[in-house]
Write a protein that binds this ligand. Structure first.
Ligand SMILES: CC(C)(COP(=O)(O)OP(=O)(O)OC[C@H]1O[C@@H](n2cnc3c(N)ncnc32)[C@H](O)[C@@H]1OP(=O)(O)O)[C@@H](O)C(=O)NCCC(=O)NCCS
Length: 158
């Protein structure tokens, strides 16, 4: 796993595999054309995690007002889950957002999505509200937010 994952900017050649992960991960996946639009809108905030040259996961964020960005989607292929690819993607999104002057990340997550909630809570995301029926009747979203901080500086004490 030395080179896995390599987190890098998504190119057009990755989008079919991204879409396959999207379909495998969500019961109401984004359509293929919208994945393409997301890449055009997000630019280098559309990331893929590559394992052995294959796309094993992706994350995409969109800049918003008030120096904030919105995590539009994150997913890891089922056979690659629990290998910290989601963590690597989320950390990379946060780092890039910070470098571009954004100071918070916001996202929605289905209130019953235990793996995603565990990931976000482990990363310090805070619950900011409930959006009733966001994913369909009776399927509520939690709105979560994380204020970004500069990466810790490694100091060597004399
Ligand atoms: C959510 C998702 C992206 C996590 O990706 P992943 O690569 O499996 O997660 P990681 O291995 O990086 O996990 C990082 C941390 O998140 C938490 N976590 C992730 N999955 C978990 C699970 N199934 N159960 C409990 N905790 C979990 C743990 O704290 C984990 O740290 P640990 O491994 O040291 O315990 C993945 O489950 C997924 O693609 N789900 C379907 C799509 C989805 O729901 N996306 C979120 C939409 S809001």
């Amino acid at each position: 796993m030395a080179s896995c994952p390599l987190v890098t900017t998504a190119g057009p050649e990755h989008l079919d595999e991204v879409y396959a992960i999207e379909v495998a991960s969500f019961d109401r996946p984004y359509p293929r054309w919208y994945i393409k639009v997301l890449r055009e809108l997000a630019g280098d905030l559309f990331l893929v995690a590559l394992c052995g040259g294959r796309v094993a996961g992706y994350a995409v964020a969109l800049p918003r007002r008030w120096r904030s960005c919105h995590l539009a989607s994150i997913a890891v292929a089922p056979s690659y889950r629990r290998r910290r690819l989601g963590a690597a993607l989320l950390a990379s999104v946060e780092q890039l957002c910070w470098e571009r002057g954004m100071r918070s990340v916001v996202l929605e997550v289905e209130a019953t999505n235990a793996p995603a909630l565990a990931l976000y809570r482990a990363f310090g995301y805070l619950e900011a509200g409930l959006v009733p029926d966001y994913y369909g009747p009776g399927r509520h979203a939690l709105l979560m937010i994380k204020p970004l901080e500069p990466a810790p500086v490694c100091r060597l004490d004399p």
